[in-house]
Design a binder for this molecule. Structure first.
Ligand SMILES: [Mg+2]
Length: 185
């Protein structure tokens, strides 16, 4: 059985349909692209750790013509460096209310809400998760999100949750096995 078939076998049909429509995946940062911990250096600078497997998942989505964007409540330099490295389509920082920023990007990309996925971990992400076609939360999300989201990852934020979503979206769109075959002998 192919990797795609293995992934899709355990996912409900309505979730596969939602994932199959996604043209833009929007990610929260703290607790999603990171494990949510902030390290404070001696000079007061903030450091964050990003997951390398999530990074490849983002690259895989981009190679399949699926946009990936970031909307976060905080503002940070480490994030700017990481999104530049990954050539992420857009980064909106310092958004206490994330939905207006999501709506602005939706219009800019001329997409329907049903074509957007959002992955979050905490209360500021609820509105986006409820509005988009594929609302997802990480395994260690606040319980309020777990009840509202269409789907919850098995992996936690900063430990492969983004990669898990990337694999699911690509599998649902029939694009994963081709990408994986490029890596195998
Ligand atoms: Mg968060």
């Amino acid at each position: 059985m192919s990797i795609s078939a293995q992934i899709l076998e355990i996912v409900p049909k309505n979730i596969i349909r939602a994932a199959a429509s996604i043209k833009l995946l929007v990610l929260d940062v703290d607790g999603v692209l990171t494990d949510g911990r902030l390290y404070f250096g001696e000079e007061g600078e903030t450091l964050k750790a990003f997951n390398i497997q999530d990074g490849l998942g983002i690259k895989m989505l981009q190679s399949a013509d699926i946009h990936v964007g970031v909307i976060t409540g905080r503002t940070s330099r480490p994030l700017e460096n990481r999104v530049e490295e990954l050539a992420i389509s857009f980064t909106v920082q310092g958004q206490a209310d994330k939905f207006p920023a999501l709506e602005e990007k939706r219009l800019q990309y001329a997409l329907e809400l049903s074509e957007i996925g959002f992955l979050g971990d905490d209360l500021p992400d609820i509105k986006c998760i409820q509005k988009v076609g594929f609302g997802i939360c990480v395994a260690n999300s606040h319980i309020a999100l777990a009840q509202l989201a269409d789907w919850q990852t098995d992996k936690t934020g900063g430990f492969g949750a983004v990669r898990e979503v990337a694999d699911l979206i690509l599998a649902a769109q029939g694009k994963l096995d081709k990408i994986l075959s490029d890596y195998s002998l």
